[in-house]
Every structure is written in structure tokens, then in C-alpha cells.
Write a new protein. Structure first.
Ligand SMILES: [Zn+2]
Length: 303
């Protein structure tokens, strides 16, 4: 051994040094053991369900029992909690909408978090006496419907933070599902546009989206002020769909159902159909008429 290194080895051989090394190893190993203990006792994160079905007049009996108000509002509060977590968009197709608490959540999403809100409905229900659609319109939320249509817009679904189809992706989706539009399909404005007005569709829906352009995937609103950062929605968004109108009895006592899902197999068809309606149910809106119940004005019940 090199004589120059001998003093160094002597130090390591000394009792004091051995004691220090043993002590250090003990401290490090106890730290590691503690970290391992923390890791092992960590409660595994609950994997969110990709699909849940709720029956409106069926409730969970939990202990301690909820207050009568909480019990009654279980399904209403669930819908509000999803709307409160929206970061990008809310696309709502609703026939009757008379729930003030839900309309306030939709307005909060737009005003406080810059969420894009689009609503399609039935003209007959905009002027409905208890309708909160008028409140949305007053807050500059775009509410679209067909004027004097023979066919009700009878859907009850809502898409939250799902990806918007650009014109190319929307045409590709509809063509893959229903085939190339033919002359027999001229009666639908959307199919007519696919055949003869692709430029109009491009203007309406754009030429690029998160579905065809990876650079746009996962893009969030710049002014994101989500209410609950600990419980974000699934990345692909959620669909809330069922037989319930967003009315008090429709969400508390009726024989109705609501399904909430993040499955792409469910979200994609609803998202594509929403955009077909967004294209077709697009008559000019007279905002002044919406301030008072339309049905009263129409029937001469109110001057
Ligand atoms: Zn696209």
C-alpha cells in the first residue's frame, strides 16, 4: 500500500470513524424505512368511474343522514359539481330548464372562468314561464333554437370540456357513421352543407381541432380559475345525459334517469350530434322577446 495513503486508512480504521459511519448508515436506513412506511400506508387514489347511472327517485342512504335539503338536492348538486369543474366548454341541449341553481352555475362558469357555453333548446321552452334560458341569454350566453319548428328539440344532455370537432373532423365522423350524404338527405341542412357548402361548414367550425391537431390537445383556458383543483374532470370531458329535464321534479322525484360518462364511445356521438344541431337550429334570436315569457306575448295575455 502507498505509504502516503496509510494515514487516511488509519483514520477509517479508528473506532471513532467506525462509530460515525455506523451512525450515519443507521440514520439513512431509518429515513428510508420511514419513507417506505409512508409510501405503503398511502391510501390508493380512487380511480374515477368512466360511467355512472343515477335514478332520480332513488337515493343513497348514507350515515350520518343528510339534511332534508341535501337529500332532495343530491342529483341537482351532482350536476352543479360537474358544471363548477368545467374549464373549457359547456355544450347543453336541454328541452326544459327551470333550475335556478344550475343556471347560476352555468353563468358562473362563463363569467368567472371564461368557459365557452353553447345552448340549444326548443323555441317553445325559451318563453316558458319558469325558464332560466332567458337568464342565460341575458348574460350573453349563446342560446340557439329553431323558430316555429314542427319538431321539438327534446334532448336532455350536456357535454362538459369535450373536444369540439372542426369541420373536416365533423364531416368525417358523420360520413363514417351514416355514409356519404345523398340527394335524399337534402332535407337536413347539415347534410346539404356537406354536399354543397363545405366552405360554410369550414367557416362555422374551423379547419383544425384537438382531434386532428395534436398541438391543440389538452389546451386549457388561459384564465382558469377552477372551483375545485383537487377533483378535476377527466381529460376527455364528461357527458351528462338521460331522460331528466333540468327541472326540480325532473331531478328530484320523477321516474327519470341521468347517466354521467367519460367514455369516448358515448361522448363522440353526442358531441358530433350537438354540432349538427348547432348548425341547424340557428335562427336569429330576438333578445328583447326573451325578457318576458314568450307564450304570454304570443297569446296576447300580456301587453
Ligand atoms: Zn379536426
Amino acid at each position: 500500500m502507498d505509504a502516503a495513503l496509510q494515514p487516511v486508512f488509519n483514520i477509517f480504521k479508528s473506532k471513532t470513524c467506525k462509530f460515525i459511519i455506523a451512525g450515519s448508515l443507521l440514520i439513512v436506513s431509518s429515513e428510508l424505512a420511514y419513507e417506505l412506511y409512508l409510501w405503503l400506508r398511502k391510501v390508493p387514489k380512487r380511480k374515477p368511474k368512466s360511467c355512472e347511472v343515477f335514478f332520480i327517485n332513488r337515493r343513497k342512504l348514507v350515515q350520518p343522514l343528510p339534511s332534508p335539503q341535501e337529500f332532495l338536492f343530491e342529483h341537482i348538486n351532482r350536476i352543479i359539481s360537474y358544471i363548477d369543474r368545467a374549464e373549457k366548454s359547456i355544450c347543453l341541449a336541454m328541452y326544459i330548464f327551470t333550475m335556478r341553481e344550475i343556471s347560476e352555475a352555468v353563468i358562473r362558469a362563463k363569467k368567472e372562468r371564461s368557459v365557452i357555453v353553447r345552448v340549444v333548446t326548443c323555441e317553445s321552452m325559451v318563453g316558458n314561464e319558469g325558464s332560466y334560458l332567458r337568464d342565460l341569454i341575458t348574460e350573453d350566453i349563446k342560446v340557439q333554437y329553431k323558430y316555429k319548428s314542427e319538431y321539438l328539440m327534446h334532448h336532455k344532455f350536456c357535454l362538459i370540456d369535450t373536444d369540439w370537432y372542426c369541420a373536416n373532423c365533423l364531416i368525417a365522423y358523420h360520413t363514417a357513421q351514416h355514409g356519404e350524404p345523398t340527394k335524399n338527405m337534402q332535407h337536413t341542412l347539415f347534410d346539404k352543407a356537406v354536399m354543397s357548402d363545405r366552405e360554410g361548414l369550414l367557416q362555422r367550425f374551423g379547419s383544425s381541432c384537438a382531434r386532428c391537431n395534436p398541438a391543440l390537445q389538452g389546451r386549457k383556458q388561459a384564465t382558469m380559475l377552477r372551483k375545485d383543483d383537487n377533483d378535476p374532470l377527466p381529460k376527455s370531458g364528461v357527458l351528462i345525459a338521460g331522460s331528466s329535464n333540468w327541472t326540480f321534479p325532473g331531478l328530484t322525484t320523477h321516474w327519470d334517469t341521468v347517466t354521467i360518462s367519460s367514455l369516448p364511445e358515448l361522448i363522440d356521438p353526442f358531441a358530433a350530434e350537438f354540432q349538427r344541431m348547432w348548425y341547424e337550429l340557428n335562427d336569429p334570436l330576438d333578445a328583447t322577446l326573451t325578457r318576458e315569457p314568450l307564450y304570454k306575448l304570443r297569446r296576447g295575455l300580456q301587453k
